[in-house]
Design a protein around this ligand. Sequence first.
Ligand code: SF4
Ligand code: SF4
Ligand code: F3S
Length: 268
Amino acid sequence: AELTDRLPVVWLHMAECTGCSESLVRTAEPTIDSLLFDFISLEYHETLMAAAGWQAEHNLEDAIKKYKGRLILMVEGGIPEGQSEFYLTVGPHGTTGAAHCRAAAESAAAIFAIGSCSSFGGVQAAYPNPTNAQPMSKFTNKTVINVPGCPPSEKNIVGQVLHYVLFGALPALDVYNRPKWSYGIRIHDLCERRGRFDAGEFVEQFGDEGAKKGYCLYKVGCKGPYTFNNCSIERFNQHTSWPIQAGHGCIGCSEPDFWDTMGPFEEP
Ligand code: SF4
Ligand code: SF4
Ligand code: F3S
């Protein structure tokens, strides 16, 4: 592609841990440098851009103006809303994250909520959600494509951009606005431990003989039967591993409200 054809992308950081950006930079096909130089023009990304301070703020304002109607907006993190907006401010004027999201969404041709935080609120939205963290879909009337996971794999992040580059269209979505090509598969159906489940061979507690033999993790909390994501095929870190291969059950990290309803977190 010609340099002038590169898609202008703004990536906003809200209330999050930057794990989704960590996942992004591990992309292999294409590599992150090829993605940045050949396919997209990354106008703003707080952890990857060279600019800082006033210059960075101007870059964001300029990109929102210059690419009106053409901008690709990617948001990482939950967004404090309403009377809690001030819990997240960016830059010297104390602009709220919510204001940045609304302004960028106005210019956007496509909006992607990257990670479970911006898709559904995320861990900081766990009960009682003290900062009133909300998903990106609350801040615009446009369609927000949710790319959940904590984090989503690099394939599921970069794949959404490349789908847009190649087809100039948004992907088919499921009931939670997740792209079907990434989230159409149930973890349990293609899990490498599924044969163990079917044979009734379960890990009873972490570290036991069954754990050493790679038995099914259902009895130690695996939520693979209720979770839709392609981790069992695509894995993470360039196909190296994924939670269940590493010996921990799935915690349902790509499902809405997993932090309150699925993760085996202990009550204090
Ligand atoms: Fe971090 Fe998970 Fe939120 Fe991504 S979705 S920013 S990995 S907490
Ligand atoms: Fe299903 Fe989890 Fe067992 Fe895999 S480890 S077979 S996803 S219950
Ligand atoms: Fe998340 Fe479960 Fe995959 S915890 S990374 S959806 S295996």
